[in-house]
Design a protein around this ligand. Structure first.
Ligand code: KIV
Length: 284
């Protein structure tokens, strides 16, 4: 295991200043977190997308705070050095500023997060302000916000029209003014993302399918490795087909059990002859 220094907010802002892109991935479990930390990923998001990728729901809406705590704790154990961001699940912050602060606090105290993320624009400004005033770094999330997928009319690009794009730009400024340390732009057109990045004064703008001009990039881990069976978003780049490798291995395992080529002697344990003889005598 290589020694790696902890990625802090200060380091991330230094990268931003030096125009060095920031890498960000989703992650939901201990072994993957270990590998991501080893690979040098800057930030991990334990997204409520775990509802779909790990728990098999059709949307992120059924995910609870307890689901998030369990997965985020495992990720922190696997990746002690990354900047860890917990995703506030549906209805953990929408009801009130008080609920937002309380649940954001759980990510910090119970799961060892460095920051939290929540979805929404200017209307969430008071939640962001409350969380930041409580000493918790907060990320915003604009564009395609999966918790509002029904209101947005499905998983589609946001901000294609000039008026809608202007609203996203205004929302980004409102979140920054409320104290957000960063904003994720999901499926926003590249030139709109570029404008928001150029307008940001003290706020990390991150892109998920929103082009190269942000301060950094986010991808969903399961999309990168063919691990989500239902669909692959167009914006996701596949870096390797682990799903296919695993499926081939599983099929081979089933076949080898059926034709008795598994197990071989190296896959099981033996008793010494003299012990076995004694055992037979005892059994007699
Ligand atoms: O939950 C998640 O992983 C997210 C991404 C879609 C950005 O919020």
């Amino acid at each position: 295991m290589t020694e790696r220094k902890k990625v802090t907010l200060l380091k991330l802002f230094k990268k931003m200043e030096n125009n060095e892109p920031i890498s960000w991935l989703t992650c939901y479990d201990y072994p993957t977190a270990y590998l991501q930390d080893e690979a040098g990923v800057d930030m991990i998001l334990v997204g409520d997308s775990l509802g779909m990728t790990m728990l098999g729901y059709d949307s992120t809406l059924p995910v609870t705070m307890d689901d998030m705590m369990r997965h985020t704790q495992a990720v922190r154990r696997g990746a002690p050095n990354v900047f860890l961001i917990g995703d506030m699940p549906y209805m953990s912050y929408q009801p009130s500023v008080e609920s937002a602060i309380r649940n954001a606090g759980r990510f910090m105290s119970e799961a060892g997060c460095d920051a939290i993320k929540l979805e929404g624009g200017a209307e969430m400004g008071d939640r962001v302000r409350g969380i930041v005033d409580a000493g918790i770094p907060a990320f915003g999330h604009l564009g395609l916000t999966p918790q509002s997928v029904s209101a947005l009319g499905g998983f589609r690009v946001q901000g294609k029209g000039a008026l809608q794009a202007k609203k996203i730009i205004d929302d980004a400024k409102a979140l920054e003014n409320a104290g957000a340390i960063g904003i994720l732009l999901e499926m926003v057109p590249d030139r709109v993302c570029k404008i928001i990045t150029e307008l940001a004064e003290n706020c990390m703008i991150m892109s998920l399918g929103s082009g190269p001009d942000a301060h950094g990039q986010l991808l969903i881990y399961h999309d990168m490795f063919g691990l989500y069976p239902k669909f692959k978003p167009r914006m996701a780049k596949v870096f390797g087909n682990a799903g296919e490798v695993i499926l081939n291995g599983l099929t081979q395992y089933v076949n080898e059990v059926v034709d008795r080529t598994f197990p071989q002697p190296e896959n099981y344990f033996q008793i010494k002859d003299e012990e076995y003889e004694e055992l037979l005598e005892i059994l007699d």
